[in-house]
Design a protein around this ligand. Structure first.
Ligand SMILES: [Zn+2]
Length: 205
């Protein structure tokens, strides 16, 4: 099996995207996986879904789960479209959220680690800045909020993780049946959690 086929499979990359090349950078201990989009496939505005033709592309990089001890980076030219209503916008990619420098699988791993270890430990072991971790938590909360209205939580879990800097604790509320983060609080004061419970729609409780 060629490297590009292997990575297409293990990354779960689907048409119209495919892995075109895999580069190993020994000195940087990095693997760069180039992903390309089959030309001619339909594109759409990520805000309104209107089908449009390509405007240009932007080179983007995302950190993915490590391959053994090598940092693994996905690289792709992401098409942009010019929507009459929303202007020039980057189209969505299936492996990451807009404006994130990490793949969805990498972000999920960070959230799992934040439930088990302090933020400073996650930052040190995964080589992530506090801002990067904060961005990952904010996106997890946003996803949880977006899905919150569509489902019922069967088991809510509350994890408190000790912070050594900035905040003493972070509270992660997750729906354990769906493995989804619903809320990240920057302290563990009861008031914060109470406020959050009260903001839930009745159908959810
Ligand atoms: Zn649009």
């Amino acid at each position: 099996m060629r490297d590009s086929d292997l990575y297409t499979r293990i990354l779960g990359i689907e048409a119209p995207w495919q892995v075109s090349a895999v580069k190993v950078e020994m000195t940087k201990k990095e693997i760069v996986v180039q992903v390309e989009r089959k030309p001619g496939e339909k594109l759409c505005c990520r805000t309104c879904g209107k089908e449009l033709s390509g405007y240009d592309t932007r080179r983007r990089r995302w950190r993915h789960l490590d391959t053994c001890q090598y940092k693994t980076i996905l690289e792709a030219n992401v098409p942009r479209v010019k929507c009459p209503e929303h202007g020039v916008v980057t189209t969505l990619v299936p492996w990451a959220e807009p404006n994130s420098g990490f793949t969805a699988m990498f972000e999920a791993l960070v959230i799992d680690w934040l439930k088990e270890a302090s933020t400073s430990a996650v930052s040190r072991l995964m080589g992530l800045s506090w801002n990067a971790i904060d961005g990952i938590m904010q996106r997890a909360v946003k996803r949880g909020l977006a899905r919150r209205g569509q489902m019922c939580a069967r088991r809510l879990g509350v994890d408190e993780t000790a912070f050594k800097k900035r905040h003493d604790y972070v509270t992660i509320v997750s729906d354990q049946s769906a493995g989804m983060v619903l809320h990240v609080g920057l302290d563990r004061k009861k008031a914060g959690l109470k406020e959050w419970y009260e903001s839930l729609p009745e159908s959810y409780l």
